[in-house]
Write a protein that binds this ligand. Structure first.
Ligand SMILES: Cc1cc2nc3c(=O)[nH]c(=O)nc-3n(C[C@H](O)[C@H](O)[C@H](O)COP(=O)(O)O)c2cc1C
Length: 186
Protein backbone atom coordinates (compact mmCIF):
# COMPACT_ATOMS: atom_id res chain seq x y z
CA UNK A 1 0.00 0.00 0.00
CA UNK A 2 1.15 3.55 -0.68
CA UNK A 3 2.77 5.04 2.44
CA UNK A 4 0.57 8.19 2.41
CA UNK A 5 -2.55 6.01 2.16
CA UNK A 6 -1.38 4.02 5.20
CA UNK A 7 -0.69 7.25 7.15
CA UNK A 8 -4.10 8.70 6.29
CA UNK A 9 -6.07 5.53 7.00
CA UNK A 10 -4.32 4.31 10.17
CA UNK A 11 -6.13 4.61 13.45
CA UNK A 12 -5.76 3.03 16.87
CA UNK A 13 -7.69 -0.24 16.99
CA UNK A 14 -9.02 -1.55 20.30
CA UNK A 15 -11.42 -4.30 19.09
CA UNK A 16 -9.83 -7.39 17.58
CA UNK A 17 -10.73 -10.75 16.09
CA UNK A 18 -8.94 -13.72 17.65
CA UNK A 19 -7.74 -14.81 14.17
CA UNK A 20 -4.01 -15.62 14.04
CA UNK A 21 -1.49 -13.56 12.10
CA UNK A 22 0.53 -15.52 9.51
CA UNK A 23 4.11 -15.87 10.77
CA UNK A 24 5.65 -14.40 7.59
CA UNK A 25 3.54 -11.23 7.99
CA UNK A 26 4.52 -10.91 11.65
CA UNK A 27 8.18 -11.21 10.67
CA UNK A 28 7.75 -8.54 7.96
CA UNK A 29 6.35 -6.21 10.61
CA UNK A 30 9.32 -6.89 12.89
CA UNK A 31 11.63 -6.28 9.93
CA UNK A 32 10.00 -2.86 9.46
CA UNK A 33 10.89 -2.07 13.08
CA UNK A 34 14.45 -3.33 12.60
CA UNK A 35 14.83 -0.99 9.60
CA UNK A 36 13.96 2.08 11.67
CA UNK A 37 16.56 4.80 12.24
CA UNK A 38 18.14 5.30 15.66
CA UNK A 39 20.67 7.56 17.35
CA UNK A 40 24.08 6.75 15.76
CA UNK A 41 22.49 3.46 14.68
CA UNK A 42 22.61 2.29 18.28
CA UNK A 43 19.44 0.15 17.83
CA UNK A 44 18.67 0.07 21.53
CA UNK A 45 15.24 -1.50 21.01
CA UNK A 46 14.39 -5.12 21.79
CA UNK A 47 11.03 -6.71 20.99
CA UNK A 48 9.10 -9.36 22.88
CA UNK A 49 6.29 -11.08 20.98
CA UNK A 50 3.76 -12.19 23.59
CA UNK A 51 1.34 -14.89 22.44
CA UNK A 52 0.68 -16.67 25.75
CA UNK A 53 -2.79 -15.73 27.01
CA UNK A 54 -1.72 -15.93 30.67
CA UNK A 55 1.13 -13.48 30.11
CA UNK A 56 -1.18 -11.15 28.15
CA UNK A 57 -3.70 -11.25 31.01
CA UNK A 58 -0.99 -10.44 33.55
CA UNK A 59 0.23 -7.54 31.42
CA UNK A 60 -3.31 -6.29 30.90
CA UNK A 61 -3.60 -5.87 34.67
CA UNK A 62 -0.63 -3.47 34.60
CA UNK A 63 -2.57 -1.00 32.42
CA UNK A 64 -4.05 2.04 34.13
CA UNK A 65 -7.48 1.34 35.58
CA UNK A 66 -9.61 2.95 32.86
CA UNK A 67 -7.23 2.26 30.01
CA UNK A 68 -9.38 1.57 26.91
CA UNK A 69 -6.80 -0.93 25.60
CA UNK A 70 -7.13 -3.37 28.56
CA UNK A 71 -9.28 -5.92 26.70
CA UNK A 72 -7.56 -5.38 23.36
CA UNK A 73 -4.19 -6.60 24.52
CA UNK A 74 -5.70 -9.91 25.62
CA UNK A 75 -7.91 -10.48 22.59
CA UNK A 76 -5.42 -9.64 19.83
CA UNK A 77 -3.36 -12.72 18.85
CA UNK A 78 -0.08 -10.85 19.35
CA UNK A 79 1.02 -8.35 21.95
CA UNK A 80 4.30 -6.72 20.97
CA UNK A 81 6.33 -5.23 23.81
CA UNK A 82 9.15 -2.79 23.10
CA UNK A 83 12.04 -2.77 25.57
CA UNK A 84 14.94 -0.32 25.29
CA UNK A 85 18.52 -0.46 26.47
CA UNK A 86 19.28 2.52 28.69
CA UNK A 87 22.33 4.82 28.65
CA UNK A 88 23.36 4.17 25.03
CA UNK A 89 21.29 6.30 22.60
CA UNK A 90 22.34 9.92 22.93
CA UNK A 91 25.58 9.03 24.73
CA UNK A 92 29.23 8.95 23.71
CA UNK A 93 31.66 7.07 25.95
CA UNK A 94 29.03 7.11 28.69
CA UNK A 95 28.52 10.88 28.53
CA UNK A 96 25.23 12.38 27.31
CA UNK A 97 25.68 14.31 24.07
CA UNK A 98 22.83 16.75 24.72
CA UNK A 99 20.89 18.24 27.59
CA UNK A 100 18.12 15.71 26.83
CA UNK A 101 20.22 12.83 28.17
CA UNK A 102 18.97 9.39 27.16
CA UNK A 103 17.37 9.34 23.69
CA UNK A 104 15.91 5.83 23.92
CA UNK A 105 12.33 7.12 24.07
CA UNK A 106 12.70 8.86 20.71
CA UNK A 107 14.16 5.81 19.00
CA UNK A 108 11.55 3.56 20.57
CA UNK A 109 8.75 5.78 19.28
CA UNK A 110 10.09 5.63 15.75
CA UNK A 111 10.45 1.84 15.85
CA UNK A 112 6.95 1.35 17.23
CA UNK A 113 5.46 3.61 14.58
CA UNK A 114 7.23 1.54 11.92
CA UNK A 115 5.43 -1.47 13.44
CA UNK A 116 2.11 0.37 13.40
CA UNK A 117 2.39 1.51 9.78
CA UNK A 118 3.71 -1.83 8.51
CA UNK A 119 0.89 -3.66 10.29
CA UNK A 120 -1.72 -1.42 8.68
CA UNK A 121 -0.17 -2.17 5.29
CA UNK A 122 -1.08 -5.85 5.90
CA UNK A 123 -4.62 -5.02 7.04
CA UNK A 124 -3.72 -5.34 10.72
CA UNK A 125 -4.63 -2.96 13.52
CA UNK A 126 -2.46 -1.82 16.42
CA UNK A 127 -2.63 0.64 19.31
CA UNK A 128 0.37 2.24 21.00
CA UNK A 129 -0.01 1.58 24.73
CA UNK A 130 2.06 3.62 27.18
CA UNK A 131 -0.14 4.05 30.23
CA UNK A 132 0.78 1.09 32.42
CA UNK A 133 2.90 0.18 35.42
CA UNK A 134 6.26 -0.22 33.73
CA UNK A 135 8.06 -1.79 36.70
CA UNK A 136 5.35 -4.43 37.07
CA UNK A 137 5.42 -5.19 33.32
CA UNK A 138 9.22 -5.53 33.47
CA UNK A 139 8.89 -8.05 36.29
CA UNK A 140 6.33 -10.11 34.34
CA UNK A 141 8.49 -10.10 31.20
CA UNK A 142 11.79 -10.73 33.01
CA UNK A 143 13.40 -7.56 31.64
CA UNK A 144 17.02 -7.43 32.90
CA UNK A 145 18.80 -4.47 34.53
CA UNK A 146 19.94 -1.88 32.01
CA UNK A 147 16.76 -2.27 29.97
CA UNK A 148 13.31 -0.78 30.39
CA UNK A 149 9.93 -1.37 28.79
CA UNK A 150 8.67 1.66 26.86
CA UNK A 151 5.43 0.60 25.20
CA UNK A 152 3.37 -2.28 23.93
CA UNK A 153 0.88 -2.76 21.13
CA UNK A 154 -1.68 -5.38 20.30
CA UNK A 155 -1.49 -6.56 16.67
CA UNK A 156 -4.44 -8.23 15.02
CA UNK A 157 -7.27 -8.11 12.51
CA UNK A 158 -9.84 -5.45 13.37
CA UNK A 159 -13.26 -6.34 14.62
CA UNK A 160 -14.47 -2.77 14.78
CA UNK A 161 -13.09 0.54 13.55
CA UNK A 162 -13.73 3.67 15.61
CA UNK A 163 -14.44 7.13 14.26
CA UNK A 164 -11.34 9.06 13.28
CA UNK A 165 -9.87 11.18 16.08
CA UNK A 166 -9.57 14.91 15.32
CA UNK A 167 -6.30 16.82 14.80
CA UNK A 168 -5.37 20.40 15.67
CA UNK A 169 -5.49 22.84 12.77
CA UNK A 170 -2.20 23.67 11.02
CA UNK A 171 -2.63 27.28 12.17
CA UNK A 172 -2.00 26.05 15.74
CA UNK A 173 0.93 23.72 15.12
CA UNK A 174 2.88 25.02 12.14
CA UNK A 175 5.15 28.07 12.35
CA UNK A 176 7.38 30.05 10.00
CA UNK A 177 10.94 30.97 11.03
CA UNK A 178 10.06 31.58 14.71
CA UNK A 179 7.89 29.77 17.24
CA UNK A 180 4.40 31.22 17.26
CA UNK A 181 4.53 32.87 13.82
CA UNK A 182 1.81 31.05 11.88
CA UNK A 183 2.95 29.47 8.61
CA UNK A 184 -0.57 29.54 7.30
CA UNK A 185 -2.29 32.91 7.65
CA UNK A 186 -5.99 32.61 8.45
C1 LIG B 1 2.93 7.27 23.27
C2 LIG B 1 1.50 6.84 23.15
C3 LIG B 1 0.89 6.20 24.22
C4 LIG B 1 -0.44 5.76 24.13
N1 LIG B 1 -1.00 5.06 25.17
C5 LIG B 1 -2.24 4.58 25.04
C6 LIG B 1 -2.80 3.77 26.07
O1 LIG B 1 -2.20 3.52 27.09
N2 LIG B 1 -4.05 3.27 25.87
C7 LIG B 1 -4.77 3.51 24.72
O2 LIG B 1 -5.87 3.01 24.61
N3 LIG B 1 -4.26 4.29 23.73
C8 LIG B 1 -3.02 4.82 23.86
N4 LIG B 1 -2.49 5.58 22.84
C9 LIG B 1 -3.26 5.81 21.60
C10 LIG B 1 -3.75 7.26 21.52
O3 LIG B 1 -4.80 7.46 22.43
C11 LIG B 1 -4.17 7.56 20.07
O4 LIG B 1 -3.05 7.43 19.23
C12 LIG B 1 -4.73 8.98 19.91
O5 LIG B 1 -5.93 9.13 20.64
C13 LIG B 1 -5.01 9.32 18.45
O6 LIG B 1 -5.92 8.39 17.87
P1 LIG B 1 -5.51 7.51 16.59
O7 LIG B 1 -4.28 6.72 16.95
O8 LIG B 1 -6.69 6.61 16.32
O9 LIG B 1 -5.24 8.45 15.46
C14 LIG B 1 -1.18 6.02 22.93
C15 LIG B 1 -0.55 6.66 21.86
C16 LIG B 1 0.77 7.05 21.96
C17 LIG B 1 1.43 7.70 20.75
Amino acid sequence: MDVMKVIHERQSIRKYKEKDIPEEILMEIIEAARRSPSWANTQTWRFIIVKDKGVKEELSRTLTENNPAREAIIKAPVLLCLVSQKGVAGYRKGVPRTSKGDYYMYDAGIAMEHVVLAAWNFGLGTCHVGAFNHEEAERILGVPDGYTIVAMTPIGYFDERPNYTPRKPLSEILFLDRFGVPYIKK
